[in-house]
Design a protein around this ligand. Structure first.
Ligand code: NAD
Ligand code: MG
Length: 390
């Protein structure tokens, strides 16, 4: 039987990995919706290759180009955030959520409401609206499968286990582009420096977030929200080789770890085939050749994002939406050359402080309130950016 699948963020790094796996066994899948941004050639090429029902670009001004590229194919075309969320309501068995940023939340929610299995790469959904997302899945009998490599690793280590017997969860961090840079040098880091990941090939935004460890900060919160484990049991550990993805320690001292090459085809493929395992085209490690794994504690002075993540988990409510919105805005400003690398954490901390005083973070967790909080956080962050000496 073929499975109906949709991919949100199909033109990105995770989207491409997903289509690579599906393309190896095309008869097994019916592709429903594929979405992208400005890369219309790629979106149209993918939609043709996989004979999608509908292709959607996030940007209305790109709709004519998408229509032209798909003329005569019978593939429907649409544009805009609303159209993406509508496409997520089209019946599908399995949906990949691989849009980057807060924009991934609404389509993920729509997919859960129709009872689809949601493969969740978009960690921002859990950071900004974890309780809402998890509750929506329960209400609609939908399953969420984590696709982030560390969280897929934890998920796999927990198969057959009782979550109440978990003593600690350790997620590893490569340390990103600046793992061996002193703080003074990090202060001068350029966009090109921050965009070069030592181990993983990923989209630019998550690559820069790896260098600042904002990615790991988001992942600490993601772990807390997805597995429902208290923050004091969750740790980040620097592991430069990126081969051990996570470890789960139990009350009896046993510890299960997940090891594999830094290749997202494993985590994406695991989610695609869950609950069974099927062969995947990932390299097998030769441990005798590797010889050793190394670990070290992350340096809090160089990675303030990790401390901020703990404060966010402690505060709860809509604070995660403030954290993510401010982080996204600060990242835009770094990419645009408006602020320096270390300013990103300062902007986020400043925004968290300002908005803690604002009653909005204690409002009920609804999709509208999350969106409004995200919006306000970006405004506050933009004010902090404008106030910084250049
Ligand atoms: P990417 O930048 O390569 O791709 C992002 C996709 O989202 C593209 O299809 C783009 O067109 C689309 N997009 C961007 N802005 C949009 C908007 N406003 N509205 C609708 N669509 C939009 O990103 P990626 O590296 O594939 O990451 C995707 C998600 O997966 C992120 O949440 C990231 O944190 C997570 N993730 C990625 C990796 C990885 O290896 N790349 C690993 C773990 C988790
Ligand atoms: Mg990860």
């Amino acid at each position: 039987m073929t499975r109906r699948i949709s991919i949100f963020g199909a033109t990105g790094s995770i989207g491409g990995t997903t289509l690579d796996l599906i393309g190896r066994d095309p008869a097994a899948y019916d592709v429903v919706a594929l979405t992208g941004g400005r890369n219309i050639d790629r979106l149209a090429q993918m939609a043709r290759q996989f004979d999608a029902e509908i292709a959607v670009t996030a940007y209305e001004d790109h709709l004519p180009a998408l229509r032209a590229a798909l003329a005569g194919t019978g593939i429907a075309c649409a544009a805009g955030a609303g159209a993406i969320t509508e496409a997520a309501a089209r019946p599908a068995d399995w949906v990949m959520s691989a849009i980057v940023g807060h924009a991934g939340l609404a389509p993920g929610m729509a997919a859960l409401k129709q009872g689809a299995t949601l493969a969740l790469a978009n960690k921002e959904s859990l950071v900004t609206a974890g309780p809402l997302l998890m509750q929506t899945a329960r209400d609609h009998g939908a399953v969420i499968l984590p696709v982030d490599s560390e969280h897929s690793a934890v998920f796999q280590a927990l198969i057959g286990e009782d979550i109440t017997t978990v003593e600690r969860i350790i997620i590893t961090a490569s340390g990103g582009a600046f793992r061996d840079w002193p703080l003074e040098k990090m202060a001068q880091a350029t966009l090109a420096d921050a965009s070069a990941h030592p181990n993983w090939a990923m989209g630019q935004r998550i690559t820069i977030d790896s260098a600042s460890m904002f990615n790991k900060a988001l992942e600490l919160i993601e772990t807390h929200e997805f597995f429902g484990v208290s923050p004091d049991k969750i740790e980040a550990l620097v592991h430069p080789e990126s081969l051990v993805h996570a470890m789960v320690g139990f009350v009896d001292g046993g510890l299960m770890t997940h090891v594999g090459p830094p290749d997202m085809r494993h985590a994406v493929g695991f989610a695609l085939h869950w609950p069974i395992r099927r062969p995947l085209p990932v390299a097998r490690l030769d441990f005798a050749k590797l010889g050793q794994f190394t670990f070290r504690a992350p340096d809090p002075a160089r990675y303030p994002a990790l401390r901020l993540a703990r404060e966010v988990m402690q505060a709860g409510g809509l604070t995660g939406a403030v954290f993510n919105g401010a982080k996204e805005r600060a990242l835009d400003a770094f990419i645009d050359g408006q602020i320096r690398f270390l300013d990103m954490a300062a902007i986020v901390e400043d925004t968290l402080g300002k908005m803690a005083a604002d009653g909005l973070v204690h409002a009920a967790m609804t999709l509208d309130n999350v969106a409004q909080t995200d919006h306000m956080a970006r405004i506050r962050a933009a004010e902090a950016i404008a106030a910084r000496p250049s």
